[in-house]
Structure formats: structure tokens, C-alpha cells
Design a protein around this ligand. Structure first.
Ligand SMILES: *Cc1c(COP(=O)(O)O)cnc(C)c1O
Length: 236
């Protein structure tokens, strides 16, 4: 038996994922147009990514700076987001090439993004990453630090806070993460109601292959999907 290619897997799954997104959006009083489907493209080759873009994927997210830089010139036109852990010294490499950084997990990183944005004459849109399960192994602000950190970050020039992102703990069974999604939605509303400077809170980035339906039902409006679109990742 030959293994399916990522293009074949994409072909099989894309329509169904869009359908699931539509149903979940409607269940939460919205339409599919209100939800951004971002393809998480780490380890996926450019040919496959371009196939997906030509089939209608409009947003892609990469995790690693080096991998993103090596792919960026080969990719078709699309919205490019950075979703992985970002080291301060790498900000300068991606600042011109991405529209949104999902993974701002410290005030220090935000300061560097601000500095590089000024240098490149742009305003960088960012999300604040929340460590919603308070896991040792994950980056992100703890729930209780979030508002203070956001207030500090909102004072920085050439940055615009657009919302929040979270990667909840790995689930043991379906539904396990609903409580985290609900907490995130609450934080998202809280932070929006603060009307901070340099902020325009409209993106709640949560939900991946195994839990995007639950995330949308809880209020997510951007889901980051890798495995369900392209199959299991093969690390070379
Ligand atoms: C890899 C990745 C995803 C996608 O994960 P899947 O489970 O493969 O859908 C989403 N968000 C981030 C930040 C990732 O690194």
C-alpha cells in the first residue's frame, strides 16, 4: 500500500473541514465568513501549500523562522502569519514578511517587535499568547498576568494588539478543552472592553485539528489547522 500524499489528503479533507467550520459558526450565531481558516504549514512543502492556496486557502501560518524564510519566496500570494515561538533576536528577520504574529509571549518580545516595526516603518499586528492551561512546558502569559502585560504592551509604538491566541493542553478525550476555550473567550471580551491604546481587539486564535469545532462553538474566529488538512507531519 502506498501512502497518500499531502495533496491527496488535502483534497479529501478541505471541503469537509470547511463544512464543519460553517456548522460550528452557525451554531454560535455566526457565519463561515466570520471564521478564518489558517493552514498551519510547518513541514509542508511549498508545492503542497501552493496547491492549497490555489484551492482557496487564504491564510498560512509558519512556526519556525528559518523554515518560513526558506519558503517565503516560493509561496503564492496569501496572508502570512507567524504562529510559533519567536526568539527576540529573530524578530528582525520576519518583521517585513508577516502580517500577524500570534505568539507574543513576553513584554520583552513585544518591545523588540515595536523597535523593529519602527525601523521598518510599519505597524505590526500581534496577538498575545495565553498559557491557558498554566502548563510548565508552554509559553504565553498566565491568565492572571495578561491584563497588566497587555496594558504595558499597548503603550509601545508601532504595534497593534489584535487579540489573543492559545494552545490548550493535549486532550485525553473530546470536550476536555471546552473549559479552556470558554476561559479564553472571557479573557478576549475582558481585554476588548479595556479599550487600550494601540489595540483593536478582534481576533481570537484558538482551535487546531482535534478541537477546532469546539473552539469555534466557544467563540474562536481563527482556527489553525495542520494535520487535518495535510496529514501527519514528517520531520526531516
Ligand atoms: C502545528 C500547529 C498548529 C496545527 O496543529 P495540528 O494539530 O496539526 O492542526 C496550530 N497552531 C500552532 C501554533 C502550531 O504550532
Amino acid at each position: 500500500m502506498t501512502e497518500k500524499s499531502s495533496v491527496e489528503i488535502f483534497e479529501e479533507n478541505f471541503a469537509q473541514i470547511k463544512k464543519n467550520i460553517k456548522i460550528a459558526a452557525e451554531k454560535s450565531g455566526r457565519s463561515e465568513k466570520d471564521i478564518i481558516l489558517l493552514a498551519a504549514t510547518k513541514t509542508v512543502d511549498c508545492e503542497t501549500i501552493n496547491y492549497a492556496i490555489n484551492a482557496g486557502v487564504k491564510y498560512i501560518g509558519e512556526n519556525r523562522v528559518q523554515e518560513f524564510l526558506s519558503k517565503k519566496d516560493s509561496l503564492c500570494e496569501c496572508h502570512r502569519h507567524f504562529i510559533g515561538h519567536l526568539q527576540t533576536n529573530k524578530v528582525k528577520d520576519i518583521i517585513e514578511h508577516v502580517e500577524l504574529i500570534h505568539s507574543v509571549d513576553s513584554v520583552r518580545l513585544a518591545r523588540e517587535i515595536s523597535k523593529q516595526s519602527i525601523k521598518h516603518n510599519k505597524t505590526m499586528d500581534i496577538l498575545l499568547e495565553v498559557n491557558i492551561g498554566a502548563e510548565e512546558s508552554k509559553s504565553g502569559f498566565l491568565e492572571e498576568e495578561l491584563i497588566l502585560a497587555a496594558e504595558e504592551i499597548s503603550k509601545l509604538p508601532s504595534i497593534r494588539i489584535r487579540g489573543l491566541m492559545a494552545i490548550p493542553p493535549v486532550m485525553e478525550s473530546e470536550g476536555d478543552n471546552d473549559k479552556y476555550f470558554i476561559k479564553m473567550k472571557k479573557l478576549f471580551i475582558d481585554i476588548g472592553s479595556k479599550k487600550m491604546d494601540n489595540s483593536s481587539i478582534d481576533i481570537l486564535s484558538m482551535g487546531m485539528s482535534d478541537d477546532y469545532v469546539a473552539a469555534i462553538e466557544a467563540g474562536s474566529n481563527l482556527v489553525r489547522i495542520g494535520t487535518a488538512l495535510f496529514g501527519k507531519r514528517i520531520y526531516k
